[in-house]
Ligand binder design. Structure first.
Ligand code: PAF
Length: 279
């Protein structure tokens, strides 16, 4: 596996492959890799000739009181995992490469960025949209893969790629889960043993709620019940549990077409997000 740390080195390798007629799939990550990320690399390898993973803990998408400083960083272990997953190139730009001191641009995506995590984490999706746009333009891949675990992020990225005519195909990949249903996440490492025991209740509650809404129950009351049950079980705070149209993320009360139930709750100092389809 090759490693690049500047846009010029990244582009040189990718352009060489593309000149030979090989297609390239990009997998943007913030490192602290787990099997969920590796499944994105596997999908990129299935859909393209070459897989490129990026590792960059993007300061622009963390709020002032969020976990940027304590976000897990494990470069050597991540590189070994990427190599074992068949990744062809890892791109690890430094902060000064991505955001030189005169950097002045921010990309905001209206509509799908609003509500849900967009309300709880002001500026988060502008930070995501800006860095993803930069990564796509630096790499110019044929396709890019993002996890459905960050469902709102996936919709934001699809919107910006369409709006800015970036010539790349965006693929969503299903959420990987632990045996007890907890969605795999780099932030699961923050959980204490007691919090880890409670965490899968989120998936269980969302699964039951998705079934109820599919069977005709109203979203408002069902989501309220989920929050009540999770707080009673020991969750500390609910940011939201909501039902949205699967593509536009518009709020809906009854699921008539493809819909999604999405949630963000806190267990101690750890914010867990998850979502499931209602179809
Ligand atoms: O999902 C993530 O890990 C990040 O938000 C992303 C897409 C790599 C942008 O920093």
């Amino acid at each position: 596996m090759q490693v690049a740390r500047t846009p010029a080195d990244l582009r040189a390798v990718i352009a060489g492959w593309q000149r030979q007629g090989q297609s390239v799939g990009l997998v943007p990550t913030m490192g602290a890799l787990h099997e969920g990320h590796l499944s994105l690399v596997t999908l990129a390898k299935q859909k393209a000739d070459r897989a490129v993973a990026t590792i960059f803990v993007n300061p622009a998408q963390f709020g002032p009181n969020e976990d940027f400083q304590r976000y897990p960083r494990q470069e050597d272990a991540d590189l070994a995992l990427l190599e074992s997953a068949g990744c062809d190139l890892a791109y690890l730009p430094g902060v000064e490469v991505m955001y030189p001191k005169d950097f002045a641009t921010s990309i905001t995506v209206a509509g799908v960025s609003q509500g849900l995590c967009g309300d709880c984490r002001p500026g988060h999706f502008a930070g995501v949209a800006t860095v993803v746009t930069k990564l796509l333009l630096q790499a110019l891949p044929d396709l890019a893969v993002f996890g459905e675990k960050d469902y709102q992020q996936l919709q934001v990225i699809k919107r910006l790629v369409a709006d800015l005519d970036i010539p790349v195909r965006i693929l969503g990949a299903p959420t990987l889960r632990e045996a007890d249903g907890l969605a795999k996440s780099s932030r699961n490492a923050y959980l204490t043993p007691e919090e880890r025991r409670l965490a899968p209740l989120l998936f269980r509650q969302l699964s039951q709620a998705a079934q109820r809404i599919h069977d005709g129950a109203g979203a408002t009351e069902t989501c309220r019940d989920v929050i009540r049950a999770l707080l009673a079980a020991g969750f500390d705070k609910a940011d939201y549990v909501e039902v949205r149209d699967a593509a536009t993320l518009a709020a809906i009360e009854h699921a008539k077409g493809p819909a999604r139930i999405l949630a963000a709750l806190w267990l101690g100092r750890t914010r867990l997000i998850d979502n499931l389809p209602i179809d």
